[in-house]
Design a protein around this ligand. Structure first.
Ligand SMILES: Nc1ncnc2c1ncn2[C@@H]1O[C@H](COP(=O)(O)OP(=O)(O)OP(=O)(O)O)[C@@H](O)[C@H]1O
Length: 574
Protein backbone atom coordinates (compact mmCIF):
# COMPACT_ATOMS: atom_id res chain seq x y z
CA UNK A 1 0.00 0.00 0.00
CA UNK A 2 1.37 3.38 -0.99
CA UNK A 3 0.74 6.06 1.58
CA UNK A 4 1.16 9.75 0.88
CA UNK A 5 4.29 9.99 2.97
CA UNK A 6 6.00 7.21 1.00
CA UNK A 7 6.50 9.93 -1.64
CA UNK A 8 9.21 11.39 0.60
CA UNK A 9 11.44 8.41 -0.23
CA UNK A 10 13.38 10.02 -3.09
CA UNK A 11 14.35 12.78 -0.68
CA UNK A 12 15.59 10.54 2.16
CA UNK A 13 19.12 11.93 2.00
CA UNK A 14 18.00 15.56 2.06
CA UNK A 15 15.57 14.78 4.86
CA UNK A 16 18.42 13.13 6.75
CA UNK A 17 20.58 16.26 6.37
CA UNK A 18 17.70 18.53 7.38
CA UNK A 19 17.00 16.43 10.48
CA UNK A 20 20.68 16.34 11.41
CA UNK A 21 20.87 20.13 11.21
CA UNK A 22 17.71 20.41 13.25
CA UNK A 23 19.24 18.15 15.91
CA UNK A 24 22.41 20.24 15.88
CA UNK A 25 20.36 23.41 16.42
CA UNK A 26 18.52 21.63 19.21
CA UNK A 27 21.70 20.37 20.88
CA UNK A 28 23.07 23.91 20.90
CA UNK A 29 19.87 25.18 22.41
CA UNK A 30 20.07 22.55 25.14
CA UNK A 31 23.71 23.32 25.90
CA UNK A 32 23.16 27.05 26.33
CA UNK A 33 21.54 26.89 29.84
CA UNK A 34 24.42 24.67 31.01
CA UNK A 35 26.94 27.28 29.87
CA UNK A 36 24.89 30.04 31.49
CA UNK A 37 24.78 28.05 34.78
CA UNK A 38 28.54 27.66 34.61
CA UNK A 39 29.03 31.39 33.91
CA UNK A 40 26.96 32.18 37.05
CA UNK A 41 28.39 29.54 39.41
CA UNK A 42 32.03 29.30 38.23
CA UNK A 43 32.41 32.84 36.93
CA UNK A 44 30.17 35.46 38.57
CA UNK A 45 29.65 33.80 42.00
CA UNK A 46 33.33 32.63 42.16
CA UNK A 47 34.50 36.09 40.93
CA UNK A 48 36.49 34.57 38.01
CA UNK A 49 36.40 37.12 35.15
CA UNK A 50 38.43 34.91 32.75
CA UNK A 51 35.81 32.14 32.99
CA UNK A 52 33.06 34.66 32.28
CA UNK A 53 34.89 35.86 29.11
CA UNK A 54 35.80 32.34 27.94
CA UNK A 55 32.34 30.91 28.46
CA UNK A 56 30.81 34.07 27.00
CA UNK A 57 32.74 33.42 23.76
CA UNK A 58 31.60 29.77 23.81
CA UNK A 59 28.00 31.03 24.10
CA UNK A 60 28.47 33.29 21.05
CA UNK A 61 30.04 30.37 19.09
CA UNK A 62 27.12 28.12 19.97
CA UNK A 63 24.63 30.77 18.88
CA UNK A 64 26.39 31.09 15.51
CA UNK A 65 26.26 27.31 14.97
CA UNK A 66 22.54 27.32 15.80
CA UNK A 67 21.94 30.21 13.40
CA UNK A 68 23.76 28.58 10.47
CA UNK A 69 22.12 25.19 11.11
CA UNK A 70 18.74 26.90 11.14
CA UNK A 71 19.31 28.67 7.81
CA UNK A 72 20.53 25.56 5.97
CA UNK A 73 17.82 23.41 7.55
CA UNK A 74 15.20 25.88 6.33
CA UNK A 75 16.55 25.67 2.78
CA UNK A 76 16.40 21.85 2.73
CA UNK A 77 12.99 21.72 4.42
CA UNK A 78 11.55 24.06 1.81
CA UNK A 79 13.13 22.20 -1.13
CA UNK A 80 11.99 18.77 0.09
CA UNK A 81 8.44 19.80 0.98
CA UNK A 82 7.80 21.58 -2.33
CA UNK A 83 9.30 18.76 -4.40
CA UNK A 84 7.21 16.28 -2.41
CA UNK A 85 3.98 18.20 -3.01
CA UNK A 86 4.79 18.45 -6.73
CA UNK A 87 5.28 14.66 -6.88
CA UNK A 88 2.07 13.91 -4.97
CA UNK A 89 0.08 16.33 -7.09
CA UNK A 90 1.42 14.83 -10.31
CA UNK A 91 0.71 11.30 -9.08
CA UNK A 92 -2.84 12.10 -7.95
CA UNK A 93 -3.52 13.93 -11.21
CA UNK A 94 -2.18 10.98 -13.22
CA UNK A 95 -4.34 8.63 -11.18
CA UNK A 96 -7.41 10.77 -11.82
CA UNK A 97 -6.66 10.79 -15.56
CA UNK A 98 -6.69 7.00 -15.56
CA UNK A 99 -10.05 6.84 -13.77
CA UNK A 100 -12.93 5.31 -15.65
CA UNK A 101 -16.00 7.52 -15.96
CA UNK A 102 -17.67 5.52 -13.19
CA UNK A 103 -15.03 6.84 -10.78
CA UNK A 104 -15.86 10.42 -11.68
CA UNK A 105 -19.37 9.75 -10.43
CA UNK A 106 -17.85 8.66 -7.12
CA UNK A 107 -15.37 11.55 -6.85
CA UNK A 108 -16.97 14.72 -8.24
CA UNK A 109 -14.72 17.32 -9.89
CA UNK A 110 -14.99 19.81 -7.01
CA UNK A 111 -13.74 17.22 -4.50
CA UNK A 112 -10.85 16.34 -6.77
CA UNK A 113 -9.92 20.01 -7.06
CA UNK A 114 -9.84 20.40 -3.25
CA UNK A 115 -7.68 17.30 -2.95
CA UNK A 116 -5.26 18.48 -5.61
CA UNK A 117 -4.95 21.97 -4.15
CA UNK A 118 -5.81 22.50 -0.50
CA UNK A 119 -5.21 18.94 0.73
CA UNK A 120 -1.80 18.62 -0.92
CA UNK A 121 -0.82 22.06 0.34
CA UNK A 122 -1.73 21.21 3.93
CA UNK A 123 0.43 18.10 3.84
CA UNK A 124 3.28 20.05 2.28
CA UNK A 125 3.12 22.60 5.10
CA UNK A 126 3.22 19.85 7.71
CA UNK A 127 6.22 18.23 6.05
CA UNK A 128 8.01 21.58 6.02
CA UNK A 129 7.18 22.18 9.65
CA UNK A 130 8.18 18.63 10.59
CA UNK A 131 11.61 19.20 9.15
CA UNK A 132 11.90 22.68 10.57
CA UNK A 133 10.18 22.86 13.95
CA UNK A 134 7.72 20.04 14.52
CA UNK A 135 10.18 17.41 15.67
CA UNK A 136 12.08 20.05 17.59
CA UNK A 137 9.20 20.62 19.96
CA UNK A 138 8.95 17.04 21.33
CA UNK A 139 12.73 16.63 21.25
CA UNK A 140 13.17 19.92 23.05
CA UNK A 141 10.77 18.75 25.74
CA UNK A 142 12.55 15.40 26.17
CA UNK A 143 16.03 16.95 25.86
CA UNK A 144 15.24 19.69 28.38
CA UNK A 145 13.93 17.07 30.76
CA UNK A 146 17.10 14.96 30.45
CA UNK A 147 19.33 18.01 30.89
CA UNK A 148 17.34 19.14 33.91
CA UNK A 149 18.01 15.72 35.47
CA UNK A 150 21.70 16.07 34.65
CA UNK A 151 21.80 19.46 36.38
CA UNK A 152 19.79 18.52 39.48
CA UNK A 153 17.64 15.36 39.56
CA UNK A 154 15.83 16.31 42.76
CA UNK A 155 14.43 19.54 41.30
CA UNK A 156 13.81 18.01 37.86
CA UNK A 157 11.36 15.53 39.41
CA UNK A 158 8.85 18.36 39.87
CA UNK A 159 8.86 18.91 36.12
CA UNK A 160 8.14 15.30 35.25
CA UNK A 161 5.06 14.84 37.46
CA UNK A 162 2.59 16.52 35.08
CA UNK A 163 3.95 14.77 31.99
CA UNK A 164 1.73 11.65 31.70
CA UNK A 165 -1.42 13.73 32.18
CA UNK A 166 -0.42 16.19 29.47
CA UNK A 167 0.51 13.40 27.02
CA UNK A 168 -2.81 11.59 27.49
CA UNK A 169 -4.61 14.88 27.00
CA UNK A 170 -2.68 15.56 23.77
CA UNK A 171 -3.44 12.10 22.36
CA UNK A 172 -7.14 12.60 22.97
CA UNK A 173 -7.10 16.01 21.28
CA UNK A 174 -5.29 14.78 18.15
CA UNK A 175 -7.88 12.09 17.59
CA UNK A 176 -10.71 14.56 17.94
CA UNK A 177 -8.93 17.07 15.69
CA UNK A 178 -8.52 14.56 12.83
CA UNK A 179 -12.27 13.90 12.77
CA UNK A 180 -13.21 17.58 12.89
CA UNK A 181 -10.76 18.66 10.23
CA UNK A 182 -11.93 15.96 7.84
CA UNK A 183 -15.41 17.55 8.17
CA UNK A 184 -13.85 20.90 7.33
CA UNK A 185 -12.29 19.56 4.11
CA UNK A 186 -15.62 18.00 3.12
CA UNK A 187 -17.31 21.36 3.61
CA UNK A 188 -14.59 22.93 1.48
CA UNK A 189 -15.47 20.43 -1.28
CA UNK A 190 -19.03 21.68 -1.18
CA UNK A 191 -18.01 25.34 -1.35
CA UNK A 192 -15.77 24.54 -4.34
CA UNK A 193 -18.57 22.65 -6.06
CA UNK A 194 -20.92 25.57 -5.64
CA UNK A 195 -18.41 28.16 -6.87
CA UNK A 196 -17.63 26.00 -9.89
CA UNK A 197 -21.30 25.48 -10.73
CA UNK A 198 -22.25 29.12 -10.29
CA UNK A 199 -19.37 30.47 -12.33
CA UNK A 200 -20.25 28.14 -15.17
CA UNK A 201 -23.89 29.12 -15.00
CA UNK A 202 -23.33 32.85 -14.59
CA UNK A 203 -25.37 33.81 -17.68
CA UNK A 204 -28.23 31.58 -16.63
CA UNK A 205 -28.25 33.05 -13.14
CA UNK A 206 -28.43 36.57 -14.55
CA UNK A 207 -31.12 35.64 -17.06
CA UNK A 208 -33.32 34.08 -14.40
CA UNK A 209 -32.51 36.84 -11.88
CA UNK A 210 -31.39 34.16 -9.43
CA UNK A 211 -28.34 36.09 -8.18
CA UNK A 212 -29.79 36.71 -4.72
CA UNK A 213 -31.08 33.16 -4.42
CA UNK A 214 -27.68 31.72 -5.38
CA UNK A 215 -25.91 34.16 -3.04
CA UNK A 216 -28.10 32.89 -0.18
CA UNK A 217 -27.38 29.30 -1.10
CA UNK A 218 -23.68 30.13 -1.14
CA UNK A 219 -23.94 31.80 2.27
CA UNK A 220 -25.49 28.62 3.62
CA UNK A 221 -22.69 26.39 2.32
CA UNK A 222 -19.95 28.85 3.27
CA UNK A 223 -21.63 29.31 6.68
CA UNK A 224 -21.51 25.56 7.30
CA UNK A 225 -17.80 25.65 6.43
CA UNK A 226 -17.28 28.48 8.89
CA UNK A 227 -19.22 26.70 11.67
CA UNK A 228 -17.26 23.47 11.27
CA UNK A 229 -13.94 25.31 11.01
CA UNK A 230 -14.68 27.29 14.16
CA UNK A 231 -15.64 24.04 15.93
CA UNK A 232 -12.41 22.36 14.87
CA UNK A 233 -10.26 25.32 15.89
CA UNK A 234 -12.12 25.70 19.19
CA UNK A 235 -11.01 22.21 20.21
CA UNK A 236 -7.48 23.12 19.34
CA UNK A 237 -7.64 26.45 21.12
CA UNK A 238 -8.16 24.86 24.54
CA UNK A 239 -4.97 22.82 24.16
CA UNK A 240 -2.54 25.67 24.70
CA UNK A 241 -3.98 27.15 27.91
CA UNK A 242 -4.28 23.69 29.49
CA UNK A 243 -0.69 22.78 28.55
CA UNK A 244 0.61 26.09 29.86
CA UNK A 245 -1.38 25.74 33.07
CA UNK A 246 0.18 22.31 33.72
CA UNK A 247 3.69 23.55 32.98
CA UNK A 248 3.32 26.68 35.11
CA UNK A 249 2.34 24.59 38.12
CA UNK A 250 5.49 22.47 37.67
CA UNK A 251 7.58 25.62 37.31
CA UNK A 252 6.14 27.03 40.50
CA UNK A 253 6.99 23.79 42.32
CA UNK A 254 10.59 23.92 41.01
CA UNK A 255 11.10 27.52 42.21
CA UNK A 256 9.37 26.86 45.56
CA UNK A 257 11.36 23.74 46.43
CA UNK A 258 14.51 25.09 44.74
CA UNK A 259 14.54 28.02 47.16
CA UNK A 260 14.50 25.58 50.12
CA UNK A 261 17.30 23.47 48.61
CA UNK A 262 19.50 26.51 47.98
CA UNK A 263 18.98 27.57 51.61
CA UNK A 264 19.88 24.10 52.83
CA UNK A 265 22.92 23.98 50.50
CA UNK A 266 21.63 21.01 48.43
CA UNK A 267 21.46 23.13 45.24
CA UNK A 268 23.32 26.08 43.75
CA UNK A 269 21.74 29.25 42.33
CA UNK A 270 23.12 28.50 38.84
CA UNK A 271 21.48 25.05 38.93
CA UNK A 272 18.10 26.54 39.80
CA UNK A 273 18.51 29.17 37.03
CA UNK A 274 19.39 26.39 34.53
CA UNK A 275 16.42 24.25 35.50
CA UNK A 276 14.06 27.22 35.32
CA UNK A 277 15.58 27.94 31.90
CA UNK A 278 14.90 24.35 30.76
CA UNK A 279 11.38 24.52 32.16
CA UNK A 280 10.75 27.74 30.20
CA UNK A 281 12.00 26.07 27.01
CA UNK A 282 9.71 23.12 27.66
CA UNK A 283 6.81 25.51 28.16
CA UNK A 284 7.69 27.21 24.87
CA UNK A 285 7.83 23.82 23.14
CA UNK A 286 4.48 22.87 24.63
CA UNK A 287 2.94 26.08 23.36
CA UNK A 288 4.18 25.08 19.91
CA UNK A 289 2.34 21.79 20.40
CA UNK A 290 -1.15 23.23 20.02
CA UNK A 291 -0.12 24.66 16.69
CA UNK A 292 1.59 21.43 15.63
CA UNK A 293 -1.33 19.27 16.66
CA UNK A 294 -3.70 21.40 14.69
CA UNK A 295 -1.50 21.15 11.59
CA UNK A 296 -1.03 17.44 12.10
CA UNK A 297 -4.75 16.79 12.54
CA UNK A 298 -5.51 18.71 9.35
CA UNK A 299 -2.74 16.95 7.42
CA UNK A 300 -3.91 13.55 8.62
CA UNK A 301 -7.44 14.30 7.38
CA UNK A 302 -6.00 15.53 4.07
CA UNK A 303 -3.64 12.60 3.61
CA UNK A 304 -6.55 10.20 4.18
CA UNK A 305 -8.45 11.98 1.42
CA UNK A 306 -5.50 11.81 -0.96
CA UNK A 307 -4.87 8.16 -0.20
CA UNK A 308 -8.49 7.51 -1.06
CA UNK A 309 -7.65 8.61 -4.62
CA UNK A 310 -4.28 6.86 -4.79
CA UNK A 311 -5.77 3.59 -3.59
CA UNK A 312 -9.11 3.86 -5.42
CA UNK A 313 -9.26 0.80 -7.57
CA UNK A 314 -11.91 0.21 -10.17
CA UNK A 315 -9.41 -1.66 -12.30
CA UNK A 316 -8.68 1.77 -13.82
CA UNK A 317 -8.94 1.75 -17.53
CA UNK A 318 -7.49 -1.36 -19.06
CA UNK A 319 -5.05 -0.15 -21.68
CA UNK A 320 -3.42 -3.24 -23.10
CA UNK A 321 -5.00 -5.48 -25.67
CA UNK A 322 -5.51 -5.94 -29.39
CA UNK A 323 -3.77 -3.43 -31.63
CA UNK A 324 -5.02 -4.28 -35.11
CA UNK A 325 -8.55 -3.98 -36.46
CA UNK A 326 -10.20 -6.98 -38.07
CA UNK A 327 -12.45 -4.77 -40.15
CA UNK A 328 -11.61 -1.09 -39.76
CA UNK A 329 -14.69 1.04 -39.14
CA UNK A 330 -17.17 -1.81 -38.61
CA UNK A 331 -19.47 -1.48 -35.58
CA UNK A 332 -21.91 -4.04 -34.22
CA UNK A 333 -24.04 -4.07 -31.11
CA UNK A 334 -25.31 -7.50 -30.19
CA UNK A 335 -28.27 -7.48 -27.76
CA UNK A 336 -26.69 -4.77 -25.62
CA UNK A 337 -28.16 -3.61 -22.33
CA UNK A 338 -26.56 -1.07 -20.05
CA UNK A 339 -26.97 0.10 -16.46
CA UNK A 340 -24.78 2.90 -15.03
CA UNK A 341 -22.48 1.63 -12.26
CA UNK A 342 -24.01 2.17 -8.84
CA UNK A 343 -27.56 2.40 -10.25
CA UNK A 344 -30.19 -0.24 -10.91
CA UNK A 345 -32.16 1.11 -13.89
CA UNK A 346 -31.36 -0.22 -17.36
CA UNK A 347 -30.89 2.86 -19.53
CA UNK A 348 -30.41 0.71 -22.66
CA UNK A 349 -32.22 -2.55 -23.32
CA UNK A 350 -31.45 -5.21 -25.90
CA UNK A 351 -30.05 -2.92 -28.57
CA UNK A 352 -28.74 -4.56 -31.73
CA UNK A 353 -27.52 -3.05 -34.99
CA UNK A 354 -24.69 -3.41 -37.43
CA UNK A 355 -22.77 -0.80 -39.41
CA UNK A 356 -20.39 -1.62 -42.25
CA UNK A 357 -17.33 0.63 -42.62
CA UNK A 358 -18.25 4.19 -43.77
CA UNK A 359 -21.97 3.69 -43.11
CA UNK A 360 -23.89 6.31 -41.15
CA UNK A 361 -26.34 5.73 -38.34
CA UNK A 362 -28.56 8.49 -37.02
CA UNK A 363 -29.85 8.04 -33.48
CA UNK A 364 -33.02 9.84 -32.52
CA UNK A 365 -35.14 9.84 -29.42
CA UNK A 366 -36.59 12.02 -26.70
CA UNK A 367 -34.34 13.57 -24.08
CA UNK A 368 -33.16 10.95 -21.59
CA UNK A 369 -33.94 8.07 -23.97
CA UNK A 370 -30.33 6.83 -23.84
CA UNK A 371 -28.70 8.32 -26.96
CA UNK A 372 -25.54 9.62 -25.25
CA UNK A 373 -25.33 6.47 -23.12
CA UNK A 374 -25.28 4.37 -26.28
CA UNK A 375 -22.51 6.46 -27.88
CA UNK A 376 -20.36 6.12 -24.75
CA UNK A 377 -20.14 2.37 -25.23
CA UNK A 378 -18.21 2.71 -28.52
CA UNK A 379 -14.98 4.28 -27.11
CA UNK A 380 -15.57 2.07 -24.03
CA UNK A 381 -16.15 4.90 -21.58
CA UNK A 382 -18.46 2.32 -20.02
CA UNK A 383 -18.85 -1.39 -20.70
CA UNK A 384 -22.15 -2.95 -21.70
CA UNK A 385 -23.70 -4.79 -18.76
CA UNK A 386 -25.23 -7.41 -21.08
CA UNK A 387 -24.51 -8.28 -24.69
CA UNK A 388 -21.44 -7.31 -26.70
CA UNK A 389 -20.20 -4.21 -28.48
CA UNK A 390 -17.94 -4.92 -31.46
CA UNK A 391 -15.72 -2.17 -32.85
CA UNK A 392 -13.48 -2.69 -35.89
CA UNK A 393 -14.64 -6.31 -35.84
CA UNK A 394 -13.46 -7.03 -32.27
CA UNK A 395 -15.20 -7.19 -28.91
CA UNK A 396 -14.54 -3.70 -27.55
CA UNK A 397 -13.20 -5.21 -24.29
CA UNK A 398 -10.35 -6.85 -26.19
CA UNK A 399 -9.03 -3.57 -27.53
CA UNK A 400 -5.98 -1.69 -26.41
CA UNK A 401 -7.78 1.43 -25.18
CA UNK A 402 -5.30 3.88 -26.66
CA UNK A 403 -5.47 2.24 -30.07
CA UNK A 404 -9.25 2.10 -29.93
CA UNK A 405 -9.66 5.76 -28.94
CA UNK A 406 -7.06 6.93 -31.46
CA UNK A 407 -9.34 5.67 -34.19
CA UNK A 408 -12.39 7.58 -32.95
CA UNK A 409 -13.28 11.24 -33.44
CA UNK A 410 -15.72 12.29 -30.74
CA UNK A 411 -17.71 15.50 -30.75
CA UNK A 412 -19.58 15.74 -27.44
CA UNK A 413 -22.96 17.31 -26.88
CA UNK A 414 -21.46 20.36 -25.20
CA UNK A 415 -18.61 21.86 -27.20
CA UNK A 416 -15.58 22.23 -25.03
CA UNK A 417 -12.63 24.35 -26.07
CA UNK A 418 -9.47 24.89 -24.06
CA UNK A 419 -7.72 28.15 -23.27
CA UNK A 420 -5.17 28.67 -26.05
CA UNK A 421 -5.17 29.51 -29.74
CA UNK A 422 -7.59 28.07 -32.28
CA UNK A 423 -4.75 26.10 -33.84
CA UNK A 424 -3.82 24.73 -30.37
CA UNK A 425 -7.39 23.58 -29.99
CA UNK A 426 -7.48 21.93 -33.39
CA UNK A 427 -4.12 20.20 -33.04
CA UNK A 428 -5.38 18.85 -29.73
CA UNK A 429 -7.12 16.29 -31.96
CA UNK A 430 -3.76 15.15 -33.33
CA UNK A 431 -0.41 16.04 -31.89
CA UNK A 432 2.10 17.55 -34.31
CA UNK A 433 -0.53 18.14 -36.96
CA UNK A 434 0.70 20.50 -39.73
CA UNK A 435 -1.18 23.74 -40.38
CA UNK A 436 -2.64 22.52 -43.73
CA UNK A 437 -4.15 19.53 -41.89
CA UNK A 438 -5.78 21.94 -39.43
CA UNK A 439 -7.10 24.30 -42.07
CA UNK A 440 -8.29 21.34 -44.18
CA UNK A 441 -10.31 19.99 -41.26
CA UNK A 442 -11.64 23.49 -40.51
CA UNK A 443 -12.73 23.88 -44.14
CA UNK A 444 -14.68 20.63 -43.99
CA UNK A 445 -16.26 21.73 -40.71
CA UNK A 446 -17.31 25.03 -42.36
CA UNK A 447 -15.33 27.18 -39.94
CA UNK A 448 -12.19 28.03 -41.96
CA UNK A 449 -13.63 31.24 -43.43
CA UNK A 450 -14.82 32.48 -40.06
CA UNK A 451 -11.42 31.83 -38.48
CA UNK A 452 -9.59 33.62 -41.30
CA UNK A 453 -11.77 36.67 -40.70
CA UNK A 454 -10.46 36.99 -37.13
CA UNK A 455 -7.55 39.50 -37.02
CA UNK A 456 -5.17 36.82 -35.78
CA UNK A 457 -6.69 33.99 -37.78
CA UNK A 458 -5.71 30.57 -36.45
CA UNK A 459 -3.63 32.20 -33.72
CA UNK A 460 -6.71 33.85 -32.20
CA UNK A 461 -6.98 32.94 -28.56
CA UNK A 462 -10.14 31.33 -27.31
CA UNK A 463 -11.18 30.88 -23.70
CA UNK A 464 -10.87 33.25 -20.81
CA UNK A 465 -8.64 35.87 -22.41
CA UNK A 466 -9.65 35.36 -26.02
CA UNK A 467 -12.64 35.95 -28.19
CA UNK A 468 -15.90 34.48 -27.13
CA UNK A 469 -17.14 32.21 -29.88
CA UNK A 470 -20.77 31.59 -30.66
CA UNK A 471 -22.35 28.21 -29.89
CA UNK A 472 -22.34 27.29 -33.59
CA UNK A 473 -18.69 28.33 -34.05
CA UNK A 474 -17.68 26.24 -31.06
CA UNK A 475 -19.59 23.26 -32.45
CA UNK A 476 -17.84 23.56 -35.82
CA UNK A 477 -14.41 23.90 -34.17
CA UNK A 478 -15.16 20.77 -32.13
CA UNK A 479 -16.06 18.93 -35.33
CA UNK A 480 -12.88 20.17 -37.01
CA UNK A 481 -10.85 18.96 -34.03
CA UNK A 482 -12.34 15.49 -34.45
CA UNK A 483 -11.72 15.51 -38.21
CA UNK A 484 -8.03 16.48 -37.80
CA UNK A 485 -7.26 13.01 -36.52
CA UNK A 486 -8.82 11.41 -39.62
CA UNK A 487 -10.84 8.98 -37.55
CA UNK A 488 -12.26 5.77 -38.94
CA UNK A 489 -15.23 6.23 -36.59
CA UNK A 490 -16.87 9.60 -36.07
CA UNK A 491 -19.27 10.17 -33.18
CA UNK A 492 -21.37 13.32 -33.27
CA UNK A 493 -23.58 13.80 -30.21
CA UNK A 494 -26.13 16.37 -31.35
CA UNK A 495 -23.19 18.43 -32.55
CA UNK A 496 -24.89 20.40 -35.28
CA UNK A 497 -27.87 21.66 -33.29
CA UNK A 498 -26.70 25.29 -33.37
CA UNK A 499 -26.01 25.42 -37.13
CA UNK A 500 -28.25 27.09 -39.68
CA UNK A 501 -29.76 24.97 -42.44
CA UNK A 502 -27.33 26.09 -45.15
CA UNK A 503 -24.16 25.59 -43.09
CA UNK A 504 -25.35 22.24 -41.81
CA UNK A 505 -26.12 21.05 -45.30
CA UNK A 506 -22.65 22.08 -46.52
CA UNK A 507 -21.12 20.33 -43.52
CA UNK A 508 -22.96 17.08 -44.24
CA UNK A 509 -21.90 17.23 -47.88
CA UNK A 510 -18.30 17.31 -46.65
CA UNK A 511 -18.84 14.59 -44.06
CA UNK A 512 -20.35 12.37 -46.78
CA UNK A 513 -16.93 12.41 -48.45
CA UNK A 514 -15.16 11.30 -45.25
CA UNK A 515 -14.01 7.73 -44.86
CA UNK A 516 -15.43 7.42 -41.36
CA UNK A 517 -18.26 5.27 -40.08
CA UNK A 518 -20.50 7.84 -38.43
CA UNK A 519 -22.86 7.67 -35.48
CA UNK A 520 -24.78 10.88 -35.09
CA UNK A 521 -27.36 11.88 -32.56
CA UNK A 522 -29.84 14.38 -33.89
CA UNK A 523 -33.28 15.76 -33.21
CA UNK A 524 -33.80 16.75 -36.85
CA UNK A 525 -35.40 14.38 -39.35
CA UNK A 526 -33.76 16.42 -42.14
CA UNK A 527 -30.33 15.47 -40.74
CA UNK A 528 -31.28 11.88 -39.91
CA UNK A 529 -32.43 11.33 -43.51
CA UNK A 530 -28.84 11.72 -44.69
CA UNK A 531 -27.81 8.63 -42.73
CA UNK A 532 -27.97 5.09 -44.12
CA UNK A 533 -30.16 4.01 -41.24
CA UNK A 534 -31.95 5.53 -38.29
CA UNK A 535 -32.32 4.11 -34.78
CA UNK A 536 -35.24 5.50 -32.80
CA UNK A 537 -34.84 5.10 -29.04
CA UNK A 538 -37.69 5.21 -26.55
CA UNK A 539 -36.74 4.85 -22.89
CA UNK A 540 -33.62 2.88 -23.76
CA UNK A 541 -35.44 0.52 -26.12
CA UNK A 542 -34.97 0.52 -29.91
CA UNK A 543 -38.54 1.24 -30.96
CA UNK A 544 -37.66 1.41 -34.66
CA UNK A 545 -34.62 0.77 -36.84
CA UNK A 546 -34.26 1.17 -40.62
CA UNK A 547 -34.05 3.72 -43.40
CA UNK A 548 -36.02 6.97 -43.38
CA UNK A 549 -38.66 5.49 -45.71
CA UNK A 550 -38.91 2.29 -43.67
CA UNK A 551 -39.36 4.25 -40.46
CA UNK A 552 -42.03 6.44 -42.03
CA UNK A 553 -43.92 3.27 -42.73
CA UNK A 554 -43.33 1.27 -39.58
CA UNK A 555 -43.12 3.87 -36.78
CA UNK A 556 -46.01 6.11 -35.89
CA UNK A 557 -43.73 8.09 -33.54
CA UNK A 558 -41.25 8.75 -36.34
CA UNK A 559 -44.07 9.78 -38.67
CA UNK A 560 -45.32 12.21 -36.04
CA UNK A 561 -41.86 13.73 -35.57
CA UNK A 562 -41.35 14.01 -39.33
CA UNK A 563 -44.73 15.63 -39.87
CA UNK A 564 -44.32 18.13 -37.03
CA UNK A 565 -40.87 19.15 -38.28
CA UNK A 566 -42.13 19.50 -41.83
CA UNK A 567 -44.91 21.78 -40.59
CA UNK A 568 -42.35 23.85 -38.66
CA UNK A 569 -40.16 24.21 -41.72
CA UNK A 570 -43.11 25.30 -43.84
CA UNK A 571 -43.99 27.86 -41.13
CA UNK A 572 -40.41 29.15 -41.21
CA UNK A 573 -40.62 29.90 -44.93
CA UNK A 574 -44.13 31.39 -44.89
N1 LIG B 1 -23.56 9.19 -15.25
C1 LIG B 1 -24.80 8.72 -15.12
N2 LIG B 1 -25.13 7.97 -14.05
C2 LIG B 1 -26.39 7.48 -13.90
N3 LIG B 1 -27.39 7.70 -14.76
C3 LIG B 1 -27.14 8.43 -15.85
C4 LIG B 1 -25.83 8.99 -16.08
N4 LIG B 1 -25.86 9.68 -17.23
C5 LIG B 1 -27.13 9.56 -17.70
N5 LIG B 1 -27.88 8.82 -16.88
C6 LIG B 1 -29.30 8.45 -17.08
O1 LIG B 1 -29.39 7.64 -18.24
C7 LIG B 1 -30.57 7.96 -18.97
C8 LIG B 1 -30.19 8.24 -20.42
O2 LIG B 1 -29.39 9.40 -20.44
P1 LIG B 1 -28.69 9.90 -21.78
O3 LIG B 1 -27.80 11.04 -21.43
O4 LIG B 1 -28.08 8.75 -22.47
O5 LIG B 1 -29.95 10.41 -22.59
P2 LIG B 1 -30.00 11.19 -23.95
O6 LIG B 1 -30.99 10.48 -24.80
O7 LIG B 1 -28.65 11.38 -24.53
O8 LIG B 1 -30.61 12.58 -23.48
P3 LIG B 1 -30.37 14.05 -24.07
O9 LIG B 1 -31.00 14.12 -25.41
O10 LIG B 1 -31.11 14.91 -23.08
O11 LIG B 1 -28.92 14.27 -24.07
C9 LIG B 1 -31.22 9.14 -18.28
O12 LIG B 1 -32.31 8.65 -17.54
C10 LIG B 1 -30.17 9.67 -17.35
O13 LIG B 1 -30.75 10.11 -16.16
Amino acid sequence: MKTVFSYTKPYSLLIGVALFLMLLELAVELLQPLVIASIIDDGIVAGDQDTVTRLGLVLIGLSLIAFLSGVVNSYFASHVSHSFSFDVRREVYGRVQSFSLAMFNKFPASGLITRLTSDVQLIQQVLYMSLRIMLRAPLLVVGSMVMAFVVNAQLAIYLIVVFPVLLAFLYFMVRKGVVYFSFVQQRLDKVNRMVQENLQAVRLIKAYLRGKYEANRFSEVAGALKTDTVKAFRIMEVILPILLFGMNISLLAVVWFGAFEIQSGDAQIGELVAIVNYAMRMTGAFSMFSFIIMAFARAKASSDRIEEILLADDGGEEVQGAMAPVEEGAIRLDDVSFTYPGTSRKVLQNISFELAPREKLAIMGATGSGKTSLLQLIPRFYEATEGTVYVHGRDVREWDLQELRKSIGLVPQQSMLFTGSISDNLSWGKEQAELPELTGAAEKAQIDETVRRFPKGYETRVGQKGVNLSGGQKQRLSIARALVRKPSILILDDSTSALDVKTESALWAELDKEQATTLLVTQKVRTAMRADRILLLEDGVASAYGTHDELLEMSSLYREIAQSQQAEEVDEYV
